[in-house]
Write a protein that binds this ligand. Structure first.
Ligand SMILES: *Cc1c(COP(=O)(O)O)cnc(C)c1O
Length: 390
């Protein structure tokens, strides 16, 4: 038998890395999954040589396995696990200081918008929101105190595309830190660090966890220097993920490839079916031939994902559809084994002022369908009955 420790997870293809990431077999017992080290503190057998982990906020072996796992998948040097996606995002942004300025994409996740527009502002960290589909807008927002650019592509919920390498190239010239929320694509389809992004953040609650049963966030650093800063912030802020959740997340991540591949095929079928209907004014899916930015997306991603947004024409009709569907969960969130139908105007983007929301195409008739693993024919038949007579 080959010694597992001599294996090189870095040399494997992505689907293999998902199962063989280095910690999949417990070294001590040979157990087939990472043990859940449900301990807050660690005994010093010898006071002169302290244990690797001494206190679980600063480090826990189960969380460490997850952190190494996501760093491997994203191709970064160091990973971090947090109690939620927002904990990952807020902790990472604490790298900035009072007086700094951020340029962020205008259709950023609702919770991130709230963090940037009403919490960080109290710490005198200001954000300018721009349409990032055009690099000129990003350049125009630059100020002498700009320190970071925050991206999300494809964006939520209208799946707008940002040219990641275009932004990181410019940001490097200006000495700016770049962050990217990779929740929608996951490293299965998109590895932003390869495009020069400094910090990749995730709501692992979504596709990475994949089963609507764990709330978690992850961050990955491109360089050791940034990794050291994130480590200090994670420990100092105490926004860590617990051992049970770390284990559960790894449990879900092992099937990421199979889930994404299956859901993407179904999402493409759903998008095509919606496009063929005359009663749907707009369909948003990066895989559609005329989706704006599709060519840029194809340069930086290997797939289109499992989220399809569409406009049913009015708020009344959207609510009627939500009440009539039988298969999808009608809920906040996405990226699970079961399909989830969300209503951005009243759910994920409720925190956004209405005029700001409408300007970004998040109309009262917009629905967001996260395609799960059900048979697509059943999902389409269900949506068909929900759309008819509404
Ligand atoms: C859900 C989500 C978040 C926030 O993550 P939580 O785990 O809910 O804290 C951030 N970004 C995106 C794109 C999301 O979908």
């Amino acid at each position: 038998m080959a010694n597992k420790k001599e294996d090189q997870p870095n040399d494997y293809k992505f689907d293999t890395k998902l199962l063989h990431f280095g910690a999949e077999i417990d070294e001590t017992t040979g157990a087939s999954s990472v043990p859940i080290y449900q301990a807050s503190t660690f005994h010093h057998h010898d006071i002169f040589s302290p244990p690797t982990h001494d206190y679980s906020r600063s480090g826990n072996p189960t969380r460490q396995a997850l952190e190494d796992y996501i760093a491997l998948l994203e191709g970064g040097v160091r990973g971090f696990a947090y109690s939620s996606g927002m904990a990952a995002i807020s902790s990472s942004l604490m790298i900035l200081s009072a007086g700094d300025h951020i340029i962020a994409t205008e259709d950023v996740y609702g919770g991130t918008y709230r963090l940037l527009s009403s919490i960080l502002t109290r710490m005198n960290i200001e954000t300018t929101f721009v349409d990032m589909t055009d690099l000129a807008n990003v350049k125009a927002a630059y100020r002498p105190n700009t320190k970071a650019v925050y991206m999300e592509t494809p964006s939520n919920p209208t799946l707008r595309i940002t040219d990641v390498a275009g932004i990181t190239g410019w940001a490097k010239e200006k000495g700016l830190l770049t962050l990217l929320d990779n929740t929608f694509m996951t490293p299965y389809y998109q590895k932003p660090i390869e495009q020069g992004v400094d910090i990749v953040v995730h709501s692992a609650t979504k596709f990475l966890g994949g089963h609507s049963d764990v709330l978690a966030g992850l961050a990955v650093a491109r360089t050791e220097a940034i990794g050291a800063q994130l480590k200090q912030l994670q420990n100092g802020l105490g926004t860590v993920l617990g051992a049970q959740e770390s284990w559960l997340l790894m449990r879900g991540m092992k099937t990421l490839g199979a889930r994404m591949a299956h859901s993407e095929i179904s999402a493409a079928k759903l998008a095509a079916w919606l496009m063929s209907r005359s009663d749907i004014p707009a369909v948003y899916y990066p895989g559609l031939l005329d989706h704006p930015g599709r060519e840029i997306h194809e340069k930086q991603s290997t797939g289109y994902g499992a989220v399809v947004s569409f406009d049913v024409g009015s708020g009344e009709r959207a609510k009627a559809v939500l009440n009539k569907v039988r298969l999808p969960l009608v809920a906040v969130s996405l990226g699970s084994v079961e399909s989830i139908l969300s209503y951005p105007a009243m759910m994920s983007h409720a925190a956004m002022p209405k005029d700001f929301r409408l300007e970004r195409g998040i109309t009262d008739g917009l629905l967001r369908f996260s395609v799960g693993l059900e048979d697509i024919d059943d999902l389409i038949a269900d949506l068909d009955q929900a759309l008819s007579n509404t």
